[in-house]
Design a protein around this ligand. Structure first.
Ligand code: PSU
Ligand code: MN
Length: 353
């Protein structure tokens, strides 16, 4: 017999063999399993501005220690603006909204130590089940001594949106979102980030979509999903490193108040289920150009070397890091900081409504 959920309401398994199944559960037994940090709870109750942050970018998106440096920088940029940061990640099977500095540091280390698992929305139920079971087993089994190892579920844009929404947070800052992959019309490799934007009312502040993806088709899917999509102070849709993708943006905004107003129309009047996508051009286009050229070169190399499917993205990212000698990482960090400053202004405009 094994308890699965360690709250007052416990769920037991029936099987006599080692395989187990969840017999029953109710929503009240699940609620304590969203851990909202006290600082974030306070900001929520006082209706102060809050910005959610994802953890895949920390655990998998950048090497240590730059990921740790950036995670701290982003939080301090937000705090200086009077905005409460809420980094979201799954800690030993429990979704956490807001991490303390030690937890943030451990998350940053977890990628290279093999303790982090990328979790998009569809992964959450089973990843959490497996991790919660493992934690319970460790607690039950006195002979296991190394139970202080922390395993992290690194949340993508999609799963971070969902958890932010559950906590009551509406503004979320990141670097880039996922989209339609090149040849996605054949492989159907389309990020769940787009699906989540269609059904979860959270404003995602990003630098658009990396040009390793198919930007025109990504915008087509966002249109089909009816996701309000806008560029920040530009008419072009940005392509992460490059301030323009050569594709005209569906809409343009120039102030945080416009974003807040549009969101309020989408929620209060139209009652849309969708989030909104705000795409901010790279503030350092000169370095962006260097990285963009390296991406185009790596895409061609991948083609001539017959690299396919899931191998393409890691190949391109590795080649770009090599050929730009660190400029891509620097540029990536700089634009996330820039997104944080604008995200803070949007969160404040939302809070002032
Ligand atoms: N794009 C980036 N950097 C990233 C990601 C995307 O430029 O780190 C991460 C984000 O967490 C995003 C996820 O939500 O990858 C998308 O993954 P997938 O395509 O498997 O949905
Ligand atoms: Mn995919």
């Amino acid at each position: 017999r094994m308890r699965l959920f360690h709250s007052t309401t416990t769920t037991t398994t029936h099987s006599s063999s080692s395989s187990s199944s969840i017999s029953s559960t109710d929503s009240s037994s699940l609620l304590p399993h969203l851990r909202v940090q006290e600082e974030v709870q306070q900001a929520l109750s006082e209706k102060k501005p809050i910005v959610a942050l994802e953890s895949t970018i920390v655990a998998h998106g950048m090497p240590y220690p730059q990921n740790w440096e950036l995670a701290q920088d982003v939080e301090s940029i937000l705090r200086k603006e009077g905005v409460t940061p809420a980094t979201i990640a799954i800690q030993n099977g429990i979704p956490c909204v807001g991490l303390d500095p030690n937890e943030l540091h451990d998350l940053a280390l977890s990628g290279k130590e093999g303790r982090a698992t990328k979790c998009s929305t569809r992964d959450l139920p089973l990843y959490m089940t497996q991790q919660q079971q493992q934690q319970q087993q460790l607690q039950d089994d006195q002979s296991i001594t190394n139970s202080n190892i922390t395993y992290w579920g690194a949340t993508t844009v999609a799963s971070t949106m969902r958890l932010a929404h559950l906590a009551g947070i509406v503004t979320f800052v990141t670097g880039g979102i996922g989209g339609v992959h090149r040849h996605g019309e054949v492989t159907m490799d389309v990020s769940a980030d787009l699906m989540e934007l269609s059904r979860t009312p959270v404003i995602v502040v990003s630098a658009g979509i990396k040009s390793i993806l198919d930007i025109p088709r990504t915008l087509e899917v966002l249109e089909t999903y009816s996701v309000p999509t806008m560029s920040w102070q530009t008419n072009d849709f940005p392509a992460f490193f490059s301030p323009t993708s050569g594709v005209k943006s569906p809409a343009r905004v120039d102030t945080p108040q416009q974003v807040a107003h549009a969101f309020s129309i989408s929620q209060q009047l139209l009652r849309l289920s969708t989030g909104m996508l705000v795409a901010i051009p790279n503030p350092d286009p000169a370095n962006g150009r260097i990285v963009e050229d390296a991406i185009q070169q790596a895409v061609q190399e991948a083609d001539t070397q017959n690299i396919h499917g899931n191998d393409v993205t890691p190949y391109i990212l590795r080649r770009v890091a090599e050929t730009t000698q660190g400029i891509s990482l620097k540029s990536n960090m700089a634009l996330v900081r820039h997104n944080a400053a604008i995200g803070a202004a949007i969160a404040k405009a939302i809070a002032q409504q």
